[in-house]
Design a protein around this ligand. Structure first.
Ligand SMILES: Nc1ncnc2c1ncn2[C@@H]1O[C@H](COP(=O)(O)OP(=O)(O)OP(=O)(O)O)[C@@H](O)[C@H]1O
Ligand SMILES: [Mg+2]
Length: 247
């Protein structure tokens, strides 16, 4: 399947921009889960988000992923303003441009690895043969070429998470979002998953990851620190590992 984002568009636009994004929940006292967030997520960047529980990390991720619309402010994905789109247009855009990886994998238990990876392409109207071919290629890509017909309960935790990452890549998204993607994995498997994200980043994919673990966040180019719904600071990562990788 051809890569729908040419290198030119990948370089020239921010994958996602947020301008003065606010999200207020009204449960008794209003909660300002996001309180004026400005953030540009450049195409090809690798961003980690950290912050205390309740600081707004998941709310931010849901806004970037167009799962939940803000109370105020602007969000663009590949140049398209999403806050004014109809629900159905936004759902289509999300399916096309956003790849999600969840902490608990969220795979369909009755479907095989290949069927799970192919599923987002069903929703985007990709025909059976190219869909199956791409699903197999993606599973090969994440090192699961020999597990195509296994169901989630026949796979290890790390293998399930790799299926989830392959699924997130199915529609060649503008950005891959991950909320605590290694939260349920042992240290060794966590290392494998982080290596996979690094490879994807090196290939030009845009990655946005929420984590409470400093060692995980340090794999990114920069760390966005959230506090009480605001960006407290953005830290550039200069770890020995990154300098080695970039040398
Ligand atoms: N649906 C909701 N209704 C009301 N308040 C909400 C809702 N969702 C989140 N909040 C509130 O918004 C704030 C931010 O929540 P959010 O889930 O984004 O935090 P978080 O940084 O992801 O925390 P954690 O690390 O615990 O996952 C919290 O104070 C939370 O109580
Ligand atoms: Mg959260």
């Amino acid at each position: 399947m051809p890569d729908k984002h040419t290198n030119a568009t990948r370089k020239s636009t921010a994958a996602v921009t947020l301008t003065d994004v606010r999200k207020t929940y009204h449960r008794g006292e209003p909660v300002h889960a996001l309180d004026g967030v400005d953030l540009a997520i450049e195409t090809g960047s690798y961003t980690a988000v950290m912050g205390p529980s309740g600081s707004g990390k998941s709310t931010l991720m849901n806004a970037v992923g167009c799962l939940d619309m803000p109370t105020d402010g602007s969000i663009t994905v590949n140049g398209t303003e999403v806050t004014t789109l109809s629900d159905s247009k936004r759902t289509t855009l999300r399916g096309d441009e956003i790849g999600f990886v969840f902490q608990t994998f969220n795979l369909m238990p009755k479907l095989t690895a290949k069927e799970n990876v192919a599923l987002p392409m069903v929703f985007q109207g990709v025909k059976t043969n190219p869909r199956n071919e791409r699903a197999s290629d993606l599973l090969e890509r994440v090192g699961l070429g020999d597990r195509l017909d296994h169901r989630p309960n026949e796979l290890s935790g790390g293998q399930r998470q790799r299926v989830a990452i392959a699924r997130a890549l199915a529609n060649d998204p503008a950005i891959i979002l991950a909320d605590e993607p290694t939260g349920n994995l042992d240290t060794e498997t966590e290392g494998q998953i982080l290596s996979l994200f690094e490879e994807l980043h090196d290939e030009g994919n845009t990655i946005f990851l929420v984590t409470h673990e400093r060692v995980v966040a340090e794999h990114a180019d920069r760390i966005v620190h959230l506090l009480d719904g605001e960006i407290e600071r953005i830290e550039t990562v200069d770890s020995p590992r990154r300098m080695e990788a970039n040398a």
